[in-house]
Design a binder for this molecule. Structure first.
Ligand code: MN3
Length: 238
């Protein structure tokens, strides 16, 4: 029994890794554990912020998403599918599912796009590095432009590095919990597979950085998980 379950899971995981972009994998409505301890990103991201961000904010998005789905009698359990086609949902439930479904998906990715400083490469490598250099001139120019997208986002939202449908890298930004998979919500030209995203909601940095969003962004580069970004890039380019 156990063995059969294992084989089924492995086969599905293998097939998925070959044909589906990493960030487009099905995502259920539960919260996976943080892939590191809440204090592991110190001093760049403090433990209290991580505990509240993961344990309260992300958890609340999941609860409210569940409530919205229940209220609308929607039985779909794949958060990616739900948020990719918001306009296909009942009108009365669209805003709650857009905000809370986006919140769940975005944060699930965000935890994986970070890792303790020094635990992996400090900069992009290989094909990802080459693509960033080709697109943005240099890694530093990319970081400058991406950081500006985060700084300039008025109010709450995200900065993104996406792979567009023609396979190009692009920096974009969305308000609130919108993301680049949301057809009919995000401009057609800004749709794509996110391979890196930065949360610039105040709840992501205010306890340590207060109003200094640029300082948070500068420190955040120390904990970017370039291995995970490279994986997402490779999968999105298939
Ligand atoms: Mn957040």
């Amino acid at each position: 029994m156990k063995r059969r379950a294992f084989l089924t899971t492995s086969t599905a995981a293998l097939a998925g890794s070959l044909i589906v972009p990493a960030s487009s994998h099905a995502l259920d409505l539960t919260q996976a554990p943080l892939p590191y301890a809440p204090e592991a990103l110190e001093p760049h991201i403090d433990a209290l912020t991580m505990n509240i961000h993961f344990g309260k904010h992300h958890a609340a998005y999941i609860t409210k998403l569940g409530d919205a789905l229940k209220a609308a009698s929607i039985s779909k359990t794949d958060a990616i599918e739900l948020i990719s086609d918001i306009k296909a949902l009942p009108a009365a439930s669209q805003m709650a599912i857009r905000n809370n479904g986006g919140g769940h998906v975005n944060h699930t990715w965000f935890w994986k796009w970070m890792a303790p400083a020094g635990s992996g490469p400090a900069a992009p490598e290989g094909k990802l590095a080459a693509a960033i250099q080709n697109t943005f001139t240099s890694i530093d120019d990319f970081k400058k432009l991406f950081g500006e997208a985060g700084v300039k986002r008025f109010g709450s939202g995200w900065a993104w590095l996406i792979v567009t449908k023609d396979g190009k890298l692009k920096i974009t930004s969305t308000p609130n919990q919108d993301n680049p998979l949301m057809k009919g919500i995000v401009d057609e030209a800004d749709l794509g597979t996110p391979i890196l995203g930065l949360d610039v909601w105040e709840h992501a940095y205010y306890l340590k950085y207060q109003n200094k969003r640029p300082d948070y962004i500068a420190a955040w580069w120390n904990v970017v998980n370039w291995t995970e970004v490279a994986k997402g890039y490779a999968a999105a380019k298939v």
